[in-house]
Design a protein around this ligand. Sequence first.
Ligand code: SF4
Ligand code: SF4
Length: 339
Amino acid sequence: MLKIKLSELPILFEALSDKNKLYIPADTKGGARFLPYENGMTMTKELNTVRSPKDLFFPQTENLMDFKVEGKKIEVIDTREECEDFVIFGVRACDVRSFEVLDRVFLSEPIDTYYKNRREHGVIVSLACNRPEETCFCSTFDIDCANPEGDVASYICGDEMYFEPLTEKGSELLLNLSCLREGSEAPVYECKRNVYEIKSKLPLSTLSAEKFGKDMMEYFNSDKWDELSEACLGCGTCTFVCPTCQCYDIKDFDTGNGIKRFRCWDSCMYSDFTKMAHGNPRVSQKERFRQRFMHKLVYYPMNNDGLFSCVGCGRCLSKCPISMNIVKVMKKLGEGKDE
Ligand code: SF4
Ligand code: SF4
């Protein structure tokens, strides 16, 4: 275990950003978000960022390629650049798990080379939670917020921060950082014990995903979807703040000088999502709403060895304008299943 005083964190940030591009969760007027580190920047005290760090591997918009058109000749221009190494500092355990969900989508054949490039160059320094909040339910999906995964796990205990390398990439990152000193593991164990105590008292600590998973197609025809989806505005907020949502659209823009092709995040909650020549396969908001939750709780685990496509980060619980969310869906659908 290595450690540093919290008051000396700027020295660590300077050292890391000398070698690699560094992102830290910092406060902005719109809430906490991951930003490129600049001298003097400090880490947010918020538990979680408004948008997750998935943006750094799967950006909201990206220029995939360009086309030059001359008469009947089309030239394809590869706009990709080799990604530089970068470090994401302070990623919570739920968000670290979201990368596994995204990997199974983007790194399966055919591999998304844009995403792969960023994953290979990114180093994740996770940060254990000290005070999980009332909207947190990561343990429903077997995530331990006091024991995060990643390349390096970090823990804030009192006025010190501790670091434990978990992968080769992580060990390399911590090599030759003279500002870090050897530290004992005892304070970290004590911190974890406190977190487990807080967690056990949270309102969602007993929420179980047992009634969901790959064999639960029966929920598709439940009459509860009408009531659950009735007030949904179709605004897509829940999908944009979600670390595991990965829907996108591809759009071409004629610049007058050629064509630019962009990939942009999309939302299954939108009426024109996956619209085809014959129309939209899901014509009502109820069908679109059902798709989002069936995908997270049934379809994704069905195709991914039982892994759920929700990590219990709680973002959709705090951001939905009508206070609808995956927890309410799980509770309502699961009602009466024990009898
Ligand atoms: S944030 Fe709420 S209202 Fe908006 S699409 Fe999601 S469930 Fe519907
Ligand atoms: S569905 Fe909600 S709680 Fe689950 S990962 Fe997405 S934003 Fe977080």
